[in-house]
Design a protein around this ligand. Sequence first.
Ligand SMILES: Nc1ncnc2c1ncn2[C@@H]1O[C@H](COP(=O)(O)OP(=O)(O)OP(=O)(O)O)[C@@H](O)[C@H]1O
Length: 372
Amino acid sequence: MYLQELQLHDFRNYDDVDVQFGRGVNVLLGENAQGKTNLLEAIYVLALTRSHRTHNDHDLINWEAKTAQVRGKIVKVTGTTPIELDFSARGKKAKINHLEQARLSQYVGQFNVILFAPEDLSLVKGAPAIRRRFVDMEFGQMSSRYLYNLAQYRDVLKQRNRYLRLLQHHRAKDLVYLGVLSDQLAAYGAEVVFQRLDMLKKLEKWAQKLHFEISQEREQLSFKYDTKIPVDQLTNTETIYAALQKLYADNQDKEIERGTTLFGAHRDDLQFFVNGKNVQTFGSQGQQRTTALSVKLAEIDLMKEETGEYPVLLLDDVLSELDDARQTHLLTAIQDKVQTFLTTTSLSGIARKLVHDPTIFNIDGGQLTPEK
Ligand SMILES: Nc1ncnc2c1ncn2[C@@H]1O[C@H](COP(=O)(O)OP(=O)(O)OP(=O)(O)O)[C@@H](O)[C@H]1O
């Protein structure tokens, strides 16, 4: 798939933009603080209805305005679809083919993007929350069922944590009600965990192949889903559900004492191993970067496998963070296959040589000008 056209109105530092993009590599060139990342963010938001940089949608609206719009035309093998998001103080509206969608989860998945920013290089080394976010954002785009279960899980988790805090402060005492919430959480949690395991197995297969190539056939990458659920019970949703129920029952006193849910999908993590050794603890910085790059590139292949279409790739200032060999791998993997948006202050070195026929835009103070 590719983004043929983008229109912005009062989005961040852009007043009005109406632009057609190339199907290959689009280079967004400009000095610092001119709006390069804002433009990538607009594309990311158009796909996922939320930003990767802020939790507050209001930040997306131009400081001088009260509403913002992001519209795009997405081209797939099945045809062209206009999609649209409107932001205002009352919230956001999502439209597909000009029809408003009752739920945002119905909207997400029309347009698939993968964002690769310098922070992603810390996918391996960074906090567990980074890896969970990665898993949820990517798998959510590929499966509306995953997105639905995750949203329900988060809702119940919020309720359960609120109730645990009441119990902790002796402002409630209904343990039967806690049991009901635990059951619901275990049920949605089992769906989330099982789908994660399934998707991770597929992602691992692609990442292994890429990592092997990038490391010049020296390194075997593998994943481990890190959870308190016993390994032998990770076989299906029923066994995972039973294991979670048991964790909640066995740790009821501890959870009440702490006033929060200590077990479940929101606490799980993902670990990466190279030649059997944990990369987070034993890997060199180079191995950690190769792992992050392989995992990111693997997502492109997995999305194609799951949805039948390549996603759009957003590279936020990431080339400058990679050495020549890794840049070469990245650029040859996407070349002529994946529509790519790449922000940079200057296109130089290996990238200038490798990128075939880029479409270049100059970005200056929220103005976008195609380079002749
Ligand atoms: N809601 C908003 N309304 C108007 N301007 C905004 C808004 N949010 C951010 N900006 C402005 O957008 C600019 C930042 O743009 P952006 O983050 O896209 O920079 P960039 O071109 O990617 O630069 P760098 O190379 O430093 O990352 C800043 O000048 C900031 O003040």
